[in-house]
Write a protein that binds this ligand. Structure first.
Ligand SMILES: Nc1ncnc2c1ncn2[C@@H]1O[C@H](COP(=O)(O)OP(=O)(O)OP(=O)(O)O)[C@@H](O)[C@H]1O
Length: 255
């Protein structure tokens, strides 16, 4: 089967710092992959390379078998439109109400404001927020609520692939689980392919089919989520159990 997303030998440096080092990764259609790894190991850089926001120095990236590594202009815009993104921090516009933030990318269509407002309310309910939130400004919301609004925006255009960059960070455990359930249902019911970066192992266990660990610019282990706690890999073991002692040194984490 052609992978939905495939990275072959992708490298990315900033100055002399090698962030991704001939990285290989493949995600099947309809699969939910969680990528784990220490802070600063290049997880966000990897997402940005797939989206075409950063250009790899070496290697190739394929989506549905098509080489998307060096797209330009309209082809690149069309490529990006296939992805929904939930970035860390949310990046909502405070100059507009929540409903407009959620439907911002859809406003090129011919739908009127009433329809867009109704769609925003429906999406807010999916992410566990009250319809009244639609008419507030992002600055009037808590950090966790802002995150859920950003998630509603990420799914508004019904993308085939969604990237979640730390979707549960900053949420209490119950609200985090609302987001976990939503990711599970996007994958199971809508056939979305999901790539999630998280440090939240409870979330990884719930949402992932497969977990991959990024370390020193490479995927050093990947396997089904059920064996993450018995991987036999000392790096994975240290990470998932949150131990200070082990082969991963803090200096390396922050390289
Ligand atoms: N545009 C850039 N210019 C220079 N260096 C960058 C740039 N983007 C990322 N980096 C560096 O690349 C490394 C990896 O960053 P990245 O944001 O991908 O880490 P991460 O694994 O997502 O970390 P975290 O878990 O803390 O979010 C970091 O050392 C960062 O400083």
């Amino acid at each position: 089967m052609t992978p939905k997303i495939e990275l072959r030998g992708v490298s990315k440096r900033f100055g002399r710092k090698v962030v991704l080092d001939k990285l290989n990764l493949s995600i099947a259609p309809g699969e939910s992959l969680v990528v784990i790894g220490g802070s600063g190991t290049g997880k966000s850089v990897m997402l940005k390379c797939i989206l075409g926001l950063l250009q790899p120095d070496e290697g190739q990236i394929f989506v549905d078998g098509e080489d998307v590594t060096r797209l330009r202009g309209r082809a690149r815009a069309a490529h990006r439109a296939r992805f929904g993104m939930l970035f860390q921090g949310g990046a909502l516009f405070d100059s507009m109400p929540v409903w407009r933030n959620i439907t911002f990318a859809l406003t090129q269509g011919r739908r009127g404001n009433a329809k867009l407002h109704a769609l925003a309310v429906e999406l807010l309910q999916k992410v566990g927020l009250d319809p009244a939130v639609a008419d507030l400004r992002p600055s009037e919301l808590s950090g966790g609520m802002q995150k859920r609004v950003a998630l509603a925006r990420a799914i508004a255009a019904k993308p085939e692939i969604i990237f979640f960059d730390e979707p549960t960070t900053g949420l209490d455990p119950i609200r985090a689980d609302v987001i976990n359930d939503l990711i599970v249902s996007l994958v199971r019911d809508l056939g979305v392919t999901a790539l999630t970066i998280t440090h939240d192992m409870a979330s990884a266990r719930k949402i992932a089919h497969r977990v991959a660990m990024l370390y020193n610019g490479k995927i050093i282990w990947d396997g089904p989520r059920d064996i993450i706690h018995s991987s036999g890999n000392p790096y994975v073991d240290q990470f998932v159990n949150g131990r200070a002692e082990g082969p991963i040194k803090t200096g390396v984490l922050n390289r």
